[in-house]
Design a protein around this ligand. Structure first.
Ligand SMILES: CC1=C(/C=C/C(C)=C/C=C/C(C)=C/C=C/C=C(C)/C=C/C=O)C(C)(C)CCC1
Ligand SMILES: [Fe+2]
Length: 596
């Protein structure tokens, strides 16, 4: 056992952190080649350079029962809970996966998923899905075979929690509990410097143009480089510029040549738009957008770009510096809802940094933009920007639904917020009657929200529903598209949808934005995560490829599911020998990537 593994298991024994142990165990499945279920630290080449060995089935890891919150009820713990919402006892695991079906031989690379898969510290259970410590799960495909691996990201926040058995940094809803008033004052001081904010990079994962792989969250310091082969934490990604800021969008737009990001400015409400060349660690200032409403910038978890423009959304769900300071979470966590402040979409020219449009739009709530592109007239002049997102009906209720207590107590109820667009409050008084009337009457079912932002100097933009939300069960989030279409016209989006009744998206859906239809995959009681589209090398059609998702199944098992990009039918599944916790975003690392 390596020192790292020894450290991990002894920490686990001391119960500093539930979910920190791997258990060596018996080998199952006669006829399968023997291999220890617990991964020894492997040479990076063991998986990536050679075809994976024949499938082995390792003993199931035991999900950690969701413990009670200290001093209170809740947190679940009932036997009927889904493995998706449990921390799984696998600190570090690697092994060949049993495959049902035929994996395409062209599928040659690694599917890597990040997410907050550890929600317990000893007997203390976290509150919110987004609080969990970052967990990487990967499946490497080669020659029709699959090898899986699973381990935690060694952020400072995670290491400190493991060492001290308590939350030491400010997470999404959890904050360190001060031992005394003096230590509370000390904490406030560290907040202003950003040093008490977490670096728990539990949200996104991207491959940069130079092949480096980064895990991300909303704090800038939570950009952490990982090795996609070993899942080792390589170290902090240091931005070498002087742009500053504490938080940024969790979803930069990354291409082979560049990286675009948004840095909200909480002091002088606005956003800095920055870009970074592939191979560099230095972001460059491109331009600035001043907010048009509210006391603070709107939350920018993600944003879209087109070929020539960056789209900067300003929604009424705005950051709140006061809430960042609080010891206990507020209903909207670090945010506040300011309907009266209005909602806007800004468009910045990538080349000049100039704002070419800034329009007021109907109120909206979105975490994930899907894509954007330029609409042109017959002469090829750009007349408008089309920007699509997973829109939550201008309703912030989804944040509450994603509390672990709610996710764990499904009870068969249909509690996933519905897509119906109901205005319960008047829009801001400065809005023209015309626009107000449009908001009150039209566009009443928003799931794939489609913004149209005219570039002719108009004051208002439109927000419409791109297809009938019933097509995907009135639920839709966690989206991917063919990467060749980022910033360009596109037709297909792959996402999680809903089969009612449910309390969380429980289907995979392929949305056709031209036909306005959807194809859905569903397996009763399963929780699938973001389907990531991987194009077939040499493909000319947009949906020629596969969509890969990880499924936490009702029977406690977990598998990577490979769906055909066109038919949306199952091609194969690669089964983990234990259940997987839910995870958020993913990326594809081709075998022949450049790597630094
Ligand atoms: C906001 C601040 C922080 C943390 C932010 C985090 C961790 C945000 C994560 C947001 C995510 C994962 C949003 C995902 C939404 C998914 C949905 C709606 C899915 C629906 C169903 O499919 C800190 C870094 C803690 C501190 C600064 C402020
Ligand atoms: Fe996200």
């Amino acid at each position: 056992m390596s020192p790292a593994m020894l450290q991990a298991s002894s920490l686990c024994v001391s119960a500093a952190l539930s979910g920190a142990a791997s258990r060596p165990g018996r080998l199952a499945s006669q006829g399968h080649q023997g291999k220890r279920a617990v991964a020894q630290p492997l040479a990076a080449s063991a998986v990536t350079e050679a075809a994976p060995p024949a499938p082995v089935v390792a003993p199931p890891a035991r999900p950690v029962d969701a413990p009670r919150r200290r001093g209170g009820r809740g947190g679940g713990g009932g036997g009927g809970e889904l493995v998706a919402w449990k921390s799984v006892r696998q600190e570090r695991w690697e092994g060949a996966l049993e495959v049902d079906g035929e994996l395409p031989l062209w599928l040659d690379g690694t599917y890597l998923r990040n997410g907050p898969g550890l929600w317990n510290l000893g007997d203390y259970g976290f509150r919110h899905l987004f609080d969990g410590y970052a967990t990487l799960v990967r499946v490497s495909f080669r020659g029709g075979r699959a090898v899986g691996a699973h381990r935690q990201i060694e952020s400072e926040a995670y290491k400190a929690a493991r060492a001290h058995g308590k939350v030491c940094y400010r997470e999404f809803s959890e904050v360190p509990k001060p031992d005394s008033f003096l230590s509370y004052v000390g904490q406030l001081a560290t907040l202003f410097s950003g040093s008490s904010l977490t670096d728990n990079s539990n949200t996104g994962v991207v491959m940069l143009g130079d092949g480096r792989v980064l895990c991300l969250t909303e704090t800038i310091k939570g950009s952490i480089q990982v090795d996609p082969d070993t899942l080792d934490t390589v170290g902090k990604f240091q931005y070498t510029d002087k742009l500053g800021g504490l938080i940024h969008s969790a979803h930069p737009i990354v291409t082979d040549t560049e990286f675009w990001t948004l840095i909200p400015d909480l002091i002088r409400p606005g956003y800095v738009v920055a870009r970074m060349d592939a191979g560099s660690n230095e972001r460059q200032f491109v331009g600035r957008v001043d907010c048009r409403g509210g006391p603070a910038p709107g939350w920018v978890h993600s944003f879209p770009v087109t070929e020539h423009y960056v789209v900067v959304p300003e929604m009424p769900l705005r950051y709140c510096a006061k809430n960042l300071l609080r010891a206990e979470p507020t209903p909207l966590y670090k945010f506040e809802w300011h309907l009266e402040s209005g909602s806007y979409m800004h468009v910045m020219c990538k080349a000049s940094g100039k704002i070419v449009a800034s329009v007021e739009v109907p109120p909206f709530v979105t975490f994930h933009f899907i894509n954007a592109y330029e609409e042109t007239d017959e002469e090829g002049r750009v007349t408008a920007i089309i920007a699509d997102c997973c829109e939550h009906n201008a309703n912030t209720a989804i944040l509450d639904k994603l509390r672990l207590h709610n996710l764990r107590s499904s009870g068969g109820q249909d509690v996933l917020p519905d897509a119906r667009y109901v205005h319960t409050r008047a829009t801001r008084t400065t809005t023209s009657t015309h626009a107000r009337a449009r908001w009150m009457t039209g566009n009443t079912m928003c799931r794939v929200g489609r913004f149209r932002i005219p570039l002719d100097g108009s004051q208002f933009g439109e927000l419409e529903t791109a297809l009938d939300p019933e097509e995907h069960g009135r639920g839709m989030d966690m989206c991917s598209i063919n990467p060749a279409h980022v910033g360009r016209e596109y037709r297909y989006a792959y996402a999680c949808g809903a089969r009612r009744p449910c309390n969380f998206p429980n289907t995979l859906t392929k949305v056709d934005l031209v036909e306005r239809t959807a194809k859905n995959w569903h397996e009763e009681g399963s929780v699938p995560s973001e389907p990531f589209f991987v194009p077939r090398p040499g493909a000319t059609e947009e949906d020629d490829g596969v969509a890969i998702s990880m499924v936490s199944a009702k029977d406690g098992s977990g598998y990577a599911l490979v769906l055909d990009g066109k038919t949306f039918e199952e091609v194969a599944r690669a089964k983990f020998p234990y259940g997987l916790p839910y995870g958020l975003h993913c990326c594809w690392v081709p075998r022949n990537r450049n790597s630094k």
